[in-house]
Design a protein around this ligand. Sequence first.
Ligand SMILES: Nc1ncnc2c1ncn2[C@@H]1O[C@H](COP(=O)(O)OP(=O)(O)OP(=O)(O)O)[C@@H](O)[C@H]1O
Ligand SMILES: [Mg+2]
Length: 265
Amino acid sequence: MVNNIVEVSNVVKTFGDVRAVDGLSFVVKPGEIFGLLGPNGAGKTTTVKLILGLLELDAGDITVFDLLPSTDEMAIKQRIGYVSEEPLIYKSMTPKELFDFTSSIRRLNPEDTTAKLQRYLESLEAEQYYDKLIATLSRGNKQKMQVIAALLHEPKLLIMDEPLTGLDAKSAKVVKEILELHAENGGSVIFSTHILEVAEDVCDRICIINEGKAVATGTMDELSKLADKAGADLEEIFLKLTQQDESVNRIISNLRKLTNNGGNR
Ligand SMILES: Nc1ncnc2c1ncn2[C@@H]1O[C@H](COP(=O)(O)OP(=O)(O)OP(=O)(O)O)[C@@H](O)[C@H]1O
Ligand SMILES: [Mg+2]
């Protein structure tokens, strides 16, 4: 039997009074794109940072490739490609310098890396930004470079926190293709998003998170059946499970009142 790539069991992480992650459990298997889907503030980024060993957990257990993020951070990082939710921070570098730097710390073969880079830059139509300062790139082009940098060492596990943010439709499609290929070749992906349609489109299995807790986990089919049984569609279920339906309806009705009043002025 093949081991799970990531195991998250009863994990808790608090920041002062806020329980950002509150007893969360899930596993990520080899060859799957696993979605963390939840509204803003649900605890997706905190979960990702705990898996990467960037934050320490308060309770519970996490293993990545059967290793502990708290003690084996470096060994784990060598096998992970990470796209953070913030755009690239190395603003005073060019993408070329960033890729050279990434390749040298990861000790990659220069010829292989150059060929891969060329392919990725071409497929994302980003060759012309290769030598420009990262600070001068648009948000979407920065994001493309961040995605490419995460792929160069062919990691077994990709962790992508809202990776399609800022990408145009064509580039988003290319990144989705890259992730699908990665999974077809036996790699795994943790993909965080707050958008149901994106999770539906990209992920094999999804954990819906709200207030740090898993409210439902399964394939899209399984979640749709759950929705069917409840006599609703998946969007309604998502909003209900994440307790947004009442507040969303209230906000929409308040907005309507505001715009109506505005119109009468
Ligand atoms: N460093 C921090 N200090 C204090 N509170 C934090 C910190 N990081 C996260 N939080 C809180 O933890 C909760 C979960 O935040 P997190 O960033 O994990 O959510 P998210 O699901 O990634 O949201 P988004 O969709 O907006 O990216 C929020 O209430 C947030 O305010
Ligand atoms: Mg986040």
